[in-house]
Design a binder for this molecule. Structure first.
Ligand SMILES: *Cc1c(COP(=O)(O)O)cnc(C)c1O
Ligand SMILES: [Zn+2]
Length: 413
């Protein structure tokens, strides 16, 4: 049984039936899924959720599917780790990491959105799954789509990290590498989506796809012992994850799972592609598109579809936006690895480095419970660290050679 009431335009509130559509015919506003919260409140209690399997489907009444989940049955419920050593390094009392580098089939939070989108695509009877991707979405649609039996068309900027391209190719989709940046790819895909009846997960299936991101937020609240944090720092590409984490918090408040909601939401971007954090800093909701130039390729969307709504959420919640250089991203990846033993991709470096800045500037209080969203695994963007790490000691395979090196070490770690 589904609690979805239908789709609704975020701008003019016109209602639409549940179909693979994504923009309002009247005002071109984006469509969003609306639910029967009164009905959900009666059935979805903390106890009910706690009894269910530890996957993202434990919140299924708040996800836009009609039947049983069909894709990504083991996605989600990633760890929320108390990061005491990182907290100390950043000079804050209590810091948690929501660790989406693990426990997903393709090691990024995109398995959340793809699990929901492809389940919905099956309900809509699509046989072809497609996407416009900055890397992680390509990997996830390639993998989960293979298992679910979809024909797959994956569109990426040709300049993506080689390891992310291989991670998609191994599942043998039709991979289309476009000579252009993500915004060019996305524009092309919108045109293709108008012509072919394919399930473009982040275009015509976007209203359903985006709902999958809410599970990141639901899990944070459940894992904190059914309470919302004081602050949450979220990496932004299109801005969708940030807006959906906020929606998830509001929904848990609405159905009575949490009593209080006063979380501040912070947007994290790379300085080489910061249309959202720049707008927030300038206190405007007008997003000025940019040409991305950063190692954080998974966040490199110059014209973010949900940028406007992301700035609204940040403002409404009392948060802020900040961005960091490529050098700060690398340093933060290494800091997270050294302190917490977590290897994050560049997006996680962005989030940690931004958190550091926000603590230093006093935007995040040192005594406030803060959650940092780490959204993808570092093994997926190892190129970013080429020549940026320490180097191995090279020796001959004998004890003397080892001890020669050992004696030269100033103080072995
Ligand atoms: C896609 C992505 C994000 C954010 O995506 P939104 O478009 O803002 O929802 C964050 N981190 C990683 C690693 C991603 O791949
Ligand atoms: Zn409208």
């Amino acid at each position: 049984m589904s609690y979805v009431k239908g789709l609704k335009c975020r701008e003019c509130n016109r209602e639409y039936p549940v179909e693979p559509i994504y923009v309002c015919e009247f005002c071109f506003g984006p469509l969003e899924v609306v639910y029967d919260y009164k009905g959900i409140k009666k059935v979805l209690t903390k106890k009910v959720i706690e009894r269910r399997e530890k996957t993202l489907w434990r919140y299924r009444e708040l996800l836009p599917i009609d039947g049983e989940p069909k894709v990504g049955l083991d996605s989600g419920f990633t760890p929320l780790l108390k990061a005491d050593k990182l907290a100390k390094a950043l000079g804050i009392d209590v810091l948690y990491i929501k660790d989406d580098t693990v426990a997903h089939p393709t090691l990024s939070f995109k398995d959340r959105v793809v699990s929901v989108a492809l389940t919905k695509a099956m309900e809509f009877n699509f046989d072809t799954a497609a996407c416009a991707s900055t890397g992680n979405l390509a990997h996830s649609v390639s993998a989960l789509g293979a298992k679910a039996g979809f024909r797959r068309f994956i569109f990426i900027p040709a300049t993506l990290e080689p390891s992310k391209i291989i991670a998609s190719l191994v599942y043998e989709p039709n991979l289309i590498a476009v000579d252009g940046n993500y915004d060019d790819v996305n524009r092309l895909c919108s045109e293709i989506a108008n012509k072919y009846r394919w399930a473009f997960v982040n275009i015509n299936i976007r209203p359903f796809y985006a709902e999958g991101s809410k599970t990141h937020g639901f899990e944070v609240i459940e894992q904190l012992g059914w309470k919302a944090p004081d602050n949450i720092v979220v990496p932004c590409a299109s801005g969708s994850l940030l807006t959906k984490i906020w929606k998830s918090f509001k929904e848990f408040h609405e159905i009575g799972v949490i009593k209080e909601l006063k979380t501040k939401v912070f947007a994290a971007q790379a300085s080489g592609c910061s249309p959202i954090s720049t707008a927030i800093k300038q206190d405007t909701d007008i997003i000025r598109p940019v040409k991305p130039n950063t190692i954080a390729k998974s966040l490199a969307i110059g014209n973010p579809a949900d940028g406007y709504y992301a700035t609204k959420v940040v403002k409404e919640s009392g948060g802020y936006g900040e961005d960091v250089s490529d050098e700060e991203i690398i340093d933060a990846i290494k800091l997270l690895a050294k302190t917490e033993g977590i290897f994050s991709e560049t997006a996680g470096g962005v989030t940690v480095a931004v958190t550091k800045k926000l603590i230093e500037s006093g935007k995040i209080g040192r005594d406030e419970l803060t959650v940092v969203c780490i959204t993808g695994n570092g093994l997926k963007t190892q190129e970013a660290l080429n020549g940026k790490t320490i180097t191995p000691y090279y020796i001959k395979p004998n004890l003397a050679s080892f001890e020669e090196v050992l004696n030269k070490m100033q103080n072995p770690k």
